[in-house]
Write a protein that binds this ligand. Structure first.
Ligand code: COA
Length: 375
């Protein structure tokens, strides 16, 4: 008989990976051995994609190469384009985008090629397509057209341009670029594990990513950033109102979104950077309301429950300050995490074995069949 598994597979090592590593006690995160504190603010998202998908920080020439590939790979193809009007009208953006990501495979030139080289091409293409998909979704529902990408801007700047129709300031583009780097990969989180399980059946990368999108959507995972913003917007009043809200939620046994983490027992290192960005953007805009509320909330939650903010907490006020609509916060997470998901699919396919754990049976035994009219 199998041993009783830890609930939620806590502390179970479910895969080997050379992509990222967390020290939960010290609050440290590494991408391929690079400390996030060392690379955040110093590498662009494009360099990060190269690091994760291709194994090393790029030389200038390699960076030029991947930037050109990403620029050439933005086209969504006619199937996703034609589905847009149907999926925009109903459901949440994450439901629509999950469907659209799945549809990208229809027109992908490598769709039926299961080789690793084709995986790598599809991985780059998916990273290039995801921000365009979100921008196209936003334009479709607001009846606008998407501005052409600016060749002088990277993925981050072009996304801000295409989502708002306005040229972002250089500092805004830089800050958003840093956000993309900070969210790119995070060991065996639920969506990455989902992607690896699907990939391990030797299914295709689009199927793995579609599953990952479904997992990311949940409020216990990537959906938390949107929930944080809604919480901040729902609290009326000054700092005391924040304290009252936090205490009422905790007394009622409800979870506060954006706090706590399965692996980090101290501050999430990504939150350290996002807190700073939130403060800077508040200063730039002259509106520090959500930053101040967030600071107060983190202090009260730490005092009351001993919980630290996770990546989603300060990401909310940062994205809000950047003018991103609240219901696109989780899609924005997906734009970044696409780099990690796809790198994990490649890694899984490079050295594959079916992921098929056992389960602990908790139902009745020795049941006897009786005919339907005797039940
Ligand atoms: N607010 C209030 N209490 C929380 C909490 C939160 N955000 N996160 C954890 N806790 C409490 C639980 O209520 C539980 O308390 P108890 O032992 O008194 O019952 C304890 O901490 C353990 O929580 P649990 O849900 O079992 O931890 P986990 O490791 O399974 O969950 C998360 C990790 C991230 C899912 C959890 O912290 C959470 O739900 N956070 C909010 C959602 C979120 O921000 N998700 C994004 C993660 S990056």
């Amino acid at each position: 008989m199998a041993d009783t598994p830890p609930r939620g597979l806590a502390d179970v090592v479910a895969a080997s990976t050379a992509l990222s590593d967390i020290d939960g006690q010290q609050g440290r995160l590494f991408y391929r051995g690079y400390d996030i504190h060392d690379i955040a603010g110093r590498i662009s998202f494009e360099e990060c994609v190269h690091l994760l998908q291709r194994g090393s920080l790029p030389t200038s020439q390699e960076l030029e190469g991947i930037v050109d590939e990403l620029a050439a790979d933005r086209d969504l193809g006619p199937t996703a384009e034609s589905l847009l009007p149907y999926v925009v009208g109903s459901g949440t953006p994450m439901e629509a985008l999950r469907t659209l990501v799945s549809a990208l495979s229809v027109d992908d030139p490598d769709a039926s090629d299961p080789s690793l080289d084709a995986d790598r091409r599809k991985a780059t293409r998916l990273v290039a397509q995801m921000p365009v998909l979100v921008a196209r979704y936003e334009a479709e529902r607001s009846g606008r057209s998407v501005p052409d990408p600016d060749p002088g801007l990277g993925i981050a700047g072009n996304f801000l341009l295409q989502i708002s129709g306005k040229q972002p300031s250089p500092r805004e583009a830089e800050i958003f670029d840093d956000c993309l780097v900070l969210h790119a990969d995070h060991t065996m989180n639920a969506s990455t594990f989902t992607a690896r399980v699907i990939a391990a059946t030797l299914s295709d990368i689009h199927s793995a990513i579609t599953g990952a999108m479904g997992a990311l959507r949940g409020p216990l995972h990537g959906g938390a950033n949107e929930a944080v913003m809604k919480t901040l917007q729902s609290i009326e009043g000054g700092p005391e109102a924040v304290d009252t809200f936090v205490r009422a939620e905790l007394d009622a046994g409800r979870k506060l979104m954006g706090f706590g983490h399965r692996v980090y027992k101290t501050e999430d290192p990504r939150a350290t950077h996002l807190r700073r960005m939130s403060e800077e953007l508040a200063a730039i805009s002259g509106d520090s309301r959500f930053y101040e509320m967030s600071r107060r909330m983190e202090q009260t939650v730490l005092e009351s429950k001993g919980l630290y903010p996770n990546v989603d907490f300060f990401a909310a006020s940062v994205y809000h300050s950047l003018g991103i609509p609240t219901d696109l916060f989780t899609p924005v997470f997906a734009i970044s995490r696409m780099s990690g998901w796809t790198a994990h699919v490649i890694e899984q396919h490079e050295d594959n074995r079916l992921i098929r754990p056992d389960s602990e049976y908790t139902g009745p035994r020795d049941q006897r069949w009786v005919a339907i009219d005797e039940r």
